[in-house]
Design a protein around this ligand. Structure first.
Ligand code: PLP
Length: 431
């Protein structure tokens, strides 16, 4: 990047055609490499214990079982030297909330440490939403003239980012079906900067073999997995060789539909590359939201296990009905569990009914399960992707990805299984 002082006193920063530093320096390669923060040594604990002790376990905030939430934006220092020292160590001190809250907060830092422990990865950054995490991540790795490779189906706003915003910035998106990873032989070239997918994918629950993708990519570009549907309990993509993991923590990690947030996980050096981008673009997770996540995360394993057990029963009930044309649930997919990649089938089920009318009738006949977007909370939700989460995807394109008008997505929560089954049966009978 060059700076040109023109006679007219205009300072011009010329665009650069170089690959982004975070891509070119290979910092994304080794997810275990620790960051300057130093990872908490959680490794001797099982995930359930990490979850329960995630707030306050660093012991830096005093002898609390849950850390106090400090919502102030700026942090005072007695001397100029002291504040200068914090700035010099910004990547550490800023993230612990010792400078200014856009650079990090103590509760956000605590959450980052817990997520790192759950995945045994080098470092984590939390952001203001799942979309903030995904967009900051892409902007860290790609620039005009580059291309990215993504799976054919994904969450609607991620799709919007890939099919509209990135192309408008001069970045090409290549949609492929990663259920057949050999396709990567044809699509990756020297301008490719990342391969991105969700597995199971939203909303058709396509299952992608992470290791098979990694084997095809051969370390040329980062393999990034959005692990939102599974949570850290259902699948750890790093174990299969993924380089970077992203989450909408709004879903099962928070679990109560009361806080929105996202997270990027990877090596310490890679996260250090994204940190200044989070500061300058500003997609920070606030202290109050972080505190809500630190409460929600404690019960993730209890919630996740119950939601999954209920979903298994409900998926069987739906499959046995002649009103349902198709049930998408990982356990019914012949690839499941992908050589141990998935630890369980999860709590999301999609079904295809014969028409939009039947779909509407089904949704509107439910009394316990609520018609609302989002997923992963303690309350069961139902949604019609074609008219809501995926409405931004053109109908023709939607249908080529199996997101037909009769597709309904269910997120099973923690209500009584008996009540849920009765609710589903009533809705099926109404069609
Ligand atoms: N990724 C997946 C798989 C999602 O389902 C969602 C939202 O539903 C997102 C990302 C975006 O997350 P957020 O709503 O927290 O921005």
């Amino acid at each position: 990047m060059s700076v040109v002082n023109e006679k007219s006193n205009v300072v011009v920063i010329k665009p650069t055609s170089q690959p982004r530093t975070a891509f070119a320096d290979n910092s994304w390669k080794n997810y275990k490499e620790e960051g300057p923060l130093g990872k908490i040594r959680w490794n001797h604990w099982n995930k359930e214990t990490i979850l329960v002790h995630s707030a306050g376990a660093r012991g830096e905030s005093g002898p609390y079982v849950s850390i106090p939430t400090y919502t102030g934006t700026t942090s005072a220092a007695l001397t100029c030297d002291e504040l200068a020292k914090r700035f010099a160590n910004a990547v550490v001190d800023g993230r612990q909330g010792k400078i200014y809250s856009r650079l990090g907060t103590s509760s956000g830092f605590e959450l980052e440490c817990a997520l790192a422990g759950l995945h045994d990865c080098g470092d984590v950054l939390v952001l203001g939403s799942g979309m903030a995490a995904i967009s900051h991540l892409f902007l860290t790795l790609v620039t005009a003239g580059d291309n990215i490779v993504v799976h054919r189906t994904m969450y609607g706003c991620t799709d919007g980012l890939c099919n509209t915003i990135l192309p408008e910035l001069g970045i090409e998106t290549r949609y492929v079906d990663l259920r057949n990873p050999e396709i990567l032989k044809k699509v990756i070239d020297d301008k490719t900067r990342l391969v991105f997918f969700e597995t199971p994918a939203n909303p058709t629950l396509d299952l992608i073999d992470i290791k098979a993708v990694v084997d095809e990519v051969k370390g040329r570009v980062p393999v990034i997995v959005d692990n939102t549907f599974c949570s850290p309990l259902g699948q750890n993509p790093f174990e299969q060789g993924a380089n970077i993991v992203v989450y909408s923590i709004t879903k099962s990690i928070g679990g109560h539909s009361d806080a929105i947030g996202g997270a990027i996980l990877g090596s310490g050096k890679f996260i250090a590359n994204i940190y200044p981008i989070r500061n300058d673009i500003g997609g920070i997770l606030s202290a109050r939201e972080s505190a809500a996540f630190l409460t929600g995360i404690k019960t993730l394993s209890l919630r996740y296990n119950q939601m999954q057990e209920s979903a298994r029963e409900i998926a069987k009930l739906l499959k046995s009905s002649n009103k349902v044309k198709k049930v998408y649930y990982p356990e019914f997919d012949e690839k499941y569990p992908l050589n141990g990649q998935m630890k369980g089938p999860g709590y999301i089920i999609s079904v295809v009914l014969d028409s939009l009318e039947s779909g509407k009738k089904f949704v509107e006949s439910l009394r316990v399960i609520t018609n609302a977007v989002s997923l992963g909370g303690v309350e069961s939700l139902v949604c019609h992707p074609a008219s809501t989460t995926h409405a931004v995807v053109a109908k023709e394109q939607r249908e080529s990805k199996d997101i037909v008008d009769g597709l309904i997505r269910l997120s099973i929560g923690c209500e009584s299984l008996e009540d849920l089954k009765k609710d589903i049966q009533r809705a099926l009978d109404s069609i």
